[in-house]
Ligand binder design. Sequence first.
Ligand code: NDP
Length: 240
Amino acid sequence: MKYALVTGGSRGIGRAISIKLAEMGYSVLVNYQSNTVAAEETKKMIENAGGTVELLPFDVANKNAVEQALTVWQTAHTDDYIAVLVNNAGIRKDNLMFWLSDEEWQSVIDTSLNGAFYATRFLVKYMLNKKFGRIINIVSISGVNGMAGQTNYSAAKAGIIGMTKALALETAKKRVTCNAVAPGFIETDMTKNLNADELKKLVPAQRFGKPEEVADLVGFLTSEKASYITGQVIAISGGL
Ligand code: NDP
């Protein structure tokens, strides 16, 4: 059985990625923080389609919680390892820099940037040892170009992009690839309070993307066909 962990897999983009990886034959570990109802729904969707899934709740921003949950899983699966890691969990707390509170800064960095670090550091050693792995970090166009009102979020995502590029250099010769996927506006809970009609006008494709479109790209990056792609940031943004 091949295992894949999707952080923030209960809703939105993470749910679509979890479903996609299950369709591809992975046994999917769906991480989430607190929304058990949404996580159970994702689990049911995967099982109804004949897939294998396990819920693995923990707060990615909490180093001890990440390491404890993954240690417990690994101890129960001594012959297996998690070959695919999708660092997808993320939050946004937008504000202009001069109003940005310590909490708004810290929580976004802790969840998006530090969370990706804790999970990756734990799992990459198994991937290197087994000489195969896929690490896919869900970043954002905000981390590539910057976005007003999102200095915290842009910094976190740009930090993950740097981590992606450097880690790819460390792992390439052991057949472990590490890439980042940078979505533009995607229809999820994270964007439901935005003024979609106005924002669509900024997108050359004139629409928001769907979580399933991001999931298809992630699915390709996990496949054997993507073996020669590493250290890249691939935008999926309708041209934004
Ligand atoms: P959603 O808000 O729809 O879902 C967020 C997911 O992350 C949920 O599963 C949530 O769990 C989980 N999560 C949040 N904080 C934590 C935490 N501390 N520990 C574990 N899980 C956590 O977000 P999206 O699907 O829209 O976004 C997914 C990723 O894509 C994020 O990294 C986001 O930054 C990025 N992105 C999204 C874009 C968009 O337009 N939607 C654009 C560009 C990037 P729970 O259900 O328990 O709350």
